[in-house]
Write a new protein. Structure first.
Length: 312
């Protein structure tokens, strides 16, 4: 399989590691070049007889622009990415243990680090020739927030092969953890005035409406991601369809050229056979003429001998 730098692996070296390298390369390739490079590698694997490798490569889905920028970030900034993953682990642990002081400090780091890393991702994308829109920038930030909140999201981002942006879970902690109310405070709340209960009910309804709104927004984001994913898949399928159409056209041209060469060879064969027949006929005619000439020469020699005997 041809790799960047002009180095070609021998068939014996084409193993799982080389396929992983190809996939790593694909997911740091700008989305506009993804499909063409993927098909090139898949074709090389098929040509080398590695059908399973070709299947894995062809199954790779083109990432969105924001996912590609996030992949580029973790590949190009490994040390900073490692520290970011460590921050996420510490933040999740602080939330799990309800360490309010630790959570407050880590949350402050979270805001600054997410902002700094998202800017780095945008800069890396820009240096690679693709400027991130505001929407794509927000998707990068959402992915980084998800990495901090969810260990599965952290593992996916660390792998460097995201296909779409990630969304943090809705239960991810805010910047602070509410303190447990004091005993006197709890006692006071049990004797709340009816007006206070009405306010509590109103606050509860508002909280539920906010939760409903959050869920609706998350559902809308998921639907939007699905639309983008389906569009990317459609673009991949369309590109593959055009690619196979080009291959079919080239194959037809090769067949037509082979048929023309076959017809020309057949014509040359027929012409050579005719010329051979004509040459054979000329050879027989010349042989007959030679026989007659030799016979006439012998007869003339005998006539000379007879006349010479009479003279004597």
């Amino acid at each position: 399989m041809q790799r960047r730098g002009g180095h070609r692996r021998e068939d014996g070296d084409h193993d799982a590691e080389s396929v992983e390298s190809v996939l790593d390369e694909l997911y740091t390739t700008p989305p506009s070049d993804f499909v063409a490079l993927r098909e090139e590698h898949a074709k090389a694997a098929r040509t080398a007889g590695h059908k399973e490798d070709a299947r894995r490569i062809h199954a790779a889905r083109r990432p969105t622009l924001s996912a590609w920028a996030a992949n580029l970030l973790t590949r190009s900034r490994p040390e900073e990415s490692r520290r970011f993953l460590d921050l996420g682990q510490a933040l999740r642990e602080a939330y799990r243990t309800l360490d309010a002081d630790g959570l407050k400090e880590l949350s402050a780091q979270r805001r600054s680090v997410v902002s700094a890393l998202s800017r780095q991702a945008a800069r890396l994308a820009r240096e690679a020739g693709h400027r991130l829109s505001e929407a794509a920038q927000r998707e990068v930030e959402s992915t980084l927030q998800a990495v901090l909140a969810d260990p599965d999201a952290a593992a996916r981002w660390a792998g460097g092969r995201l296909e779409g942006s990630l969304t943090p879970p809705s239960e991810f902690p805010s910047d602070t953890v509410p303190a447990e109310p004091a005993p006197r405070e709890r006692a006071t709340r049990t004797k709340t005035h009816p007006t206070g209960r009405a306010k509590d009910e109103l606050a509860e309804r508002r909280r539920k409406r906010r939760q409903d709104l959050t869920r609706a927004e998350q559902a809308a984001e998921r639907a939007e991601r699905q639309v983008r994913d389906r569009r990317a898949e459609h673009a991949d399928a369309d590109s593959a369809f055009r690619h196979t159409g080009d291959e079919l056209d080239r194959a037809r041209e090769e067949v037509s050229a082979a048929e023309r060469r076959l017809r020309q060879a057949q014509q040359r064969l027929e012409r050579a056979e005719r010329e051979r027949c004509e040459s054979q006929e000329r050879e027989r005619t010349a042989a007959d003429a030679l026989d007659r000439a030799e016979h006439e020469a012998r007869e003339a020699a005998r006539q000379v001998d007879r006349l010479a005997g009479r003279v004597k």
